[in-house]
Design a protein around this ligand. Structure first.
Ligand code: MOS
Length: 742
């Protein structure tokens, strides 16, 4: 492959239409008789609905129907989540909405109002009066923590690991720290609240929705509504932010489809901002213990990381909080455990680096604290414990460049100018602090299928049901195909966002681009072979004797002789050539298991943070950031940097402001708005210097590893460690609000 486009900061193909507002999201589709739906949310955490009073709602002009468990057509119940049927992982909750009078969390959707306008639907929804028979509910995470149940490992989760005797080594250690950390629940707040437009035509269904998983959503809808998958078309060309919140199927999707079926109208259901908090899962809260023992030289002798997280009683999964602790430090004694409590709250779901984001906060804060105990530079401490092989299982790393990312980061950040004494650096009333932390996220691949077509006019069409969650998904594949076929980028069109296309990977686990790239590469190679075969069979082709031509200038050339694809096709009288590539689920799983036994593969990085802390008020401002990453090969310098920067911004929120406040008596989210749930705004974010080593991973197609999630890992700790340096105070409970520094 000649690398003309891969690596370059190519503008996103979808950039211009987004900028001018021409990109049509799920809520932008008009139908002549479109109706609008709004959800009614339960106001108790657990119990039964005894009566629904909907007369006032029905009296609102424009209201078409009020659907409740008393009158709605029932959906089939959600199937059990099983590893044998991976699409069941798309199930957000086991509750069969509107088919039961039971309430399982405060905020659970219990009715849908359908009206001629969104305003009428929402107003009418506010008038539905529901009475309940309440049952006792368990909603207080902190109070339940002592009852946490240790979890078992399985194919999807690693809940425990042991090496040596970590507790004994900790007790015997020359130097040690033993710290408890807590992190709060987080809610999804993507720019685009979850929106579904559902249109039935007989037993055929079209769904416009910004989702991270068209294939799994379609499979799930087919099951719930009893129609064949081929009858359902998901259209999802744009996703206004996903972060894991659009990876599973939640009430909004199901109830839009149900409302459309019940009313015989196309229905749009756009969740309100509060509705997202109530009807879509978020990040688990956590309580964690990290204990580290070391000798005086800073060599770790013990590493203990245990966590308690939560699910809902009606859904959720174990977030991988101790994941990074399996791979980051070479200690002869390691003990890792993850435990869960089940609460009467909405299920948790994935949210950018689920587990790793908050797990690295605890681990990397503790490592920093150990450096203080040792009087050692925290980078030096990390380098002394850099393993040769994966610490617990002894697998080889495919790629391990933490020494390099720290060296580059220290240089770019100016780490050597840090005066190590706490509180020693000042800027007027501001105490200045510098902190570092390691970023780490295991690499994942998923099955993907693509077709690539060469047209008689020289154009190339790549087709794959990819999800555009804001990362430039199509642009990256266009760059790869253009290089592999030797054609100008402008002649490549990538069709994505439609479930009628070959099935793409889910946009999750930082896996989409690498997974699709592997199939795109294979299809392009097949196409080149077919084109060459075609040329060699036709009399007069300058490629008749060619054995190994290069793809360039829109065709194939060897020893200065060759021709364009258009000429090859014309001579053969063909109007196009097409190739398909991709692996099926079984082959894919077999390969994954084989690989995972041999290798440990991950994206990693070093986060460097400078904070300024107001000496009087305790206000923390992040004033500088340098992130240096090893994500294998960089396909697009611009989009990669943007993704990593986005992760760091989200991490600044995690460190300083984000917190879902759950009323301990009622289980209600009480700050379900952007006014009360604080995500970072421009004024909270400094210029962020992102740099990637751009060294290909030898085991991956094109050498790329995955970018989406690593950016947020380590960020919470880098901020906390900088605050520790500025103030001498170790904050162990996120977010680091000013009350914790006074
Ligand atoms: Mo993600 S948290 O795998 O979208």
């Amino acid at each position: 492959m000649s690398e003309k486009y891969v690596g370059r900061p190519v503008d996103r193909l979808d950039g211009a239409i987004k900028t001018v507002g021409e990109a049509r999201y799920a809520g932008d589709h008009r139908y002549p008789d479109l109706a609008h739906a709004a959800l009614v949310h339960a106001t108790i955490p657990r119990g039964r609905i005894t009566a629904v009073e909907d007369a006032a709602a029905r009296a609102v002009p424009g209201v078409i129907d009020v659907l409740t468990h008393e009158n709605a057509p029932a959906m089939k119940p959600p199937p059990k989540v099983t590893l044998l049927n991976l699409s069941t992982l798309a199930i957000g909750t086991s509750v069969n909405h509107l088919a039961t009078d039971e309430v399982h969390w405060n905020g659970q959707p219990i009715a849908v109002v359908v009206a001629e306008s969104q305003e009428a639907a929402r107003h009418a929804a506010s008038l539905v009066r529901v009475t309940y028979e309440e049952k006792p509910a368990v909603v207080d995470f902190a109070a339940e923590e002592p009852n946490a149940v240790p979890q078992k490992s399985n194919a999807l989760q690693s809940a425990r690991a042991d090496k040596g005797d970590a507790e004994k080594a900790l007790a015997d250690a020359e130097v040690s720290v033993d710290l408890r950390f807590t992190t709060p629940q987080h809610s999804h707040n993507a720019l685009e609240p979850h929106t579904t437009t559902a249109v039935w035509d007989g037993d055929r269904l079209t769904v416009h929705e910004g989702t991270q998983s068209m294939a799994w959503t379609r499979r799930h809808l087919a099951q719930r509504f009893g129609v064949p998958e081929r009858n359902i078309r998901m259209l999802s060309p744009f996703v206004g932010g996903g972060f894991g919140g659009k990876g599973q199927v939640w009430a909004g999707t199901l109830l839009a489809v149900l409302a459309a079926r019940a009313t015989g109208r196309p229905v749009r259901l756009a969740l309100t901002r509060a509705g997202v908090h109530h009807a879509v899962g978020g990040r688990t809260p956590s309580a964690q213990r990290v204990a580290l023992g070391a000798d005086r030289d800073g060599r770790l002798t013990a590493l203990i990381h245990t966590s308690v997280a939560r699910t809902g009683r009606v859904g959720g999964h174990l977030e991988q909080i101790t994941a990074a602790s399996r791979h980051l430090y070479d200690s002869p004694n390691i003990h890792l455990r993850q435990s869960l409590v089940q609460l009467d709250l909405i299920a948790n779901t994935s949210m950018r680096a689920p587990g790793e984001s908050i797990g690295t906060f605890a681990l990397e804060s503790a490592v920093d604290e150990l450096a203080w105990e040792l009087g050692m530079d925290p980078i030096e401490l990390r380098m002394r414990n850099e393993p040769e092989r994966d610490p617990i299982e002894g697998r080889r790393f495919t790629h391990r460049m933490l020494r390099e990312v720290y060296a580059v980061g220290a240089e770019r950040f100016g780490w050597s100018e840090r005066d190590p004494r706490p509180g020693s650096m000042r800027d007027g009333k501001w105490l200045v602090g510098m902190g570092v932390a390691t970023a780490y996220h295991p690499s994942l691949q998923m099955p993907a299928s693509v077709t690539v077509r060469l047209d008689a006019d020289g154009g190339v069409v790549v087709r794959c049901a990819l999800h555009e969650i804001g990362v430039g998904a199509a642009t990256a594949q266009a760059q790869i195909a253009a290089d592999e076929l030797g054609v100008p980028l402008e002649s490549v069109r990538v069709e994505i966002g439609d479930s009628d296309l070959p099935e793409g990977p889910m946009a999750g686990g930082s896996a989409q681009t690498a997974s699709a790239a592997s199939a795109v590469l294979e299809a392009c190679r097949k196409l080149r072979r077919s084109a060459l075969d075609l040329a060699r069979r036709s009399a007069g082709s300058p490629l008749r004797g060619a054995t190994d031509p290069r793809a360039r200038d829109g065709g194939l050339y060897q020893d200065g002789r060759g021709e364009t694809y258009a000429e090859i096709l014309a001579r053969a009288g063909r109007d196009h050539l097409e190739a398909r590539a991709g692996v099926g689920m079984l082959r894919f799983l077999a390969r994954t298991v084989r690989e995972q036994r041999r290798w440990m593969k991950a994206a990693s990085g070093a986060q460097f943070c400078e904070v300024r802390v107001d000496q009087d008020t305790g206000e923390v401002r992040v004033s500088r950031w340098v992130g240096v990453f090893d994500i294998g090969r960089v396909i697009n310098e611009k989009t990669v940097a943007s993704q990593l920067r986005g992760g760091i911004v989200m991490g600044i929120g995690l460190a300083l402001t984000e917190e879902t406040l759950v009323d301990r008596r009622t289980g209600r989210v009480v700050n379900a708005s952007l006014a009360d749930y604080h995500v970072p705004v421009h004024a909270d974010v400094p210029r962020i210097d992102v740099h990637c080593l751009d060294d290909p991973d030898p085991t991956m197609p094109l050498g790329l590893v995955g970018v989406g999630e690593v950016g947020i890992t380590g960020v919470g700790a880098a901020v906390a460690n900088a605050v520790r340096h500025a103030t001498g105070r170790r904050v162990q409970d996120l977010p680091i609000t000013l009350d914790k520094l006074l």
